[in-house]
Design a protein around this ligand. Structure first.
Ligand code: FCB
Length: 451
């Protein structure tokens, strides 16, 4: 047996998001978000579920903090609901919303846990969606105002902040594929949305720094190493283009003020609404790169794809992949090492935080009330092993956040997919630590584990 030891100040954490856990959809002056609207639209969410109550963390957050403490965790990544701070997405500030997040963050500090707030985890105020949403350029400046207000109100309680969660996912799934809120089907809207988000990232960062000094600011990018599905050279090139669109589309504008070359015929600037001077606006020198990673992506060339990238992701290839989680995502631990090392190499060894990694398994309480989720333990163990290899090879990784602290509202899947280290009984709201939570407690305490 050998021991894997993580760096001395490594942070062990768990992650959640406002709409997925808070509930209190109409409480404390909260305004309507696109997810409130979408989840109440018949046919959009499996089982007709909504986030109206979810884990009721709006009322039960002290229990959540007790769970974090019981696992010896030192970082909690959560998100702030824009509609609690500004119910209409602009104009008046809602004091109750600020008070709620102040109480949560004060309690975290009291427990010696780093608060790592995310400003935007997909819940755009519906009032802004009604005015055009993310495809509308003005939304970038509304977001920067919200960022400034939030930092003014809460900036004394956290030094480390995440601007966006998975910008590629909410723009593409929300405006192109129609799977997430607001459920539109338009490549043009989707690409315009990506550009507004890049403008917003730069504007928000400057607004945040103007409000509070000494901040460490990052974004949590969805990342997944792209590999050719077959041996053809065309697939190799296609997977590089897909990598630029999925992994770099919001990173390179932040670092360099320009888009990576993901498209066969160049970046569709006109369709995206790019204007003179936008390069400077997009610049957002990140203090750390947040990586959310769940699996790898296999890619084939497809010259007729709807974007003009000439590539498409394909499912796991028969017999050559890893096992699947209950959500159907391939378990491929080396993906985390490969992705972290590629970012380390290509961007001159930046500071990296693993802002999400986890798996959906439906293991339920047994007769004695215990949740024996051994596949989840194996998942985290194998991904952490791969992460440790990347650190050994020189990657500067400062934290790992398991997704998720709690079973919660998994977007279009409703409550059907359970990602938690903690079991939640959605009828009563009761929380029970799963075996994986017990295992993770020990890893955090020992800053590593035996292999
Ligand atoms: C990520 C999201 C997070 C959660 C996990 C399973 O894409 O950031 O909210 O739904 O997937």
């Amino acid at each position: 047996m050998s021991r894997l030891e993580f760096p001395p100040d490594f942070l062990w954490g768990a992650a959640t998001a406002a709409y997925q856990i808070e509930g209190g959809a109409r409480t404390g002056g909260k305004g309507e978000s696109v997810w409130d609207r979408f989840s109440h639209t018949p046919g959009r969410i499996a089982g007709g579920d909504t986030g109206d109550v979810a884990c009721d963390s709006y009322h039960r957050f002290p229990e959540d903090i007790d769970l974090l403490k019981s696992m010896n965790l030192s970082s909690y990544r959560f998100s702030i609901a824009w509609t609690r701070i500004q119910p209409e997405g602009k104009g008046p500030i809602n004091r109750h919303g600020i008070d709620y997040y102040r109480s949560l963050m004060e309690a975290l500090l009291e427990a010696d846990i780093r608060p790592l707030p995310t400003l935007y985890h997909w819940d755009l105020p519906q009032a802004l969606e009604d005015r055009g949403g993310w495809p509308e350029r003005d939304t970038a400046w509304r977001f920067a105002d919200y960022a400034a207000i939030t930092l003014r109100a809460l900036g004394d309680l956290a030094s480390d902040w995440v601007i966006f969660n998975e910008p590629n996912i909410f723009t593409v799934l929300g405006y192109v594929l129609g799977i997430h809120a607001p459920g539109h089907h338009s490549v043009e809207e989707g690409l315009r949305a990506t550009h507004t988000v890049n403008l917003a990232q730069g504007e928000a960062m400057r607004a945040m720094r103007a409000e509070s000094s000494g901040l460490r600011i990052g974004t949590a990018f969805n990342m997944s190493p792209c590999e050719p599905a077959g041996d053809r050279e065309e697939d190799e090139e296609a997977s590089e283009r897909w990598h630029r669109f999925v992994n770099l589309w919001f990173l390179e504008p932040a670092l360099y003020g320009r888009y990576p070359n993901a498209f066969l015929k160049g970046v569709p600037e006109e369709m995206m609404g790019i204007q003179d001077g936008d390069s400077e606006i997009m610049l957002a020198p990140l203090d750390f790169i947040g990586i959310n990673l769940y699996t790898r992506t296999l890619v084939e060339e497809d010259l007729n794809d709807e974007y003009g990238i000439g590539a498409k992701p394909v499912g796991p290839q028969d017999g050559r992949g890893g096992p699947l989680t209950d959500f159907g995502w391939e378990v491929w631990p080396v993906a985390l090492r490969d992705m972290v090392l590629r970012i380390t190499r290509d961007y001159n060894q930046p500071v990296i935080e693993i802002t999400e990694n986890g798996c959906a398994y439906g293991d339920r309480p047994d007769a004695g009330g215990q949740i024996c989720d051994s596949r989840r333990i194996e998942f985290h163990r194998s991904f952490l092993k791969a992460l440790h290899e990347a650190i050994e090879e020189g990657a500067d990784v400062r934290s790992y956040h398991a997704w998720s602290l709690l079973d919660n509202f998994e977007w279009a899947e409703g409550y059907a997919q359970r990602f938690g280290l903690t079991w939640v009984d959605f009828r009563t709201g009761d929380r029970t630590l799963k075996d994986s939570g017990g295992w993770y407690r020990q890893v955090a305490r020992e800053n590593g584990f035996e292999t």
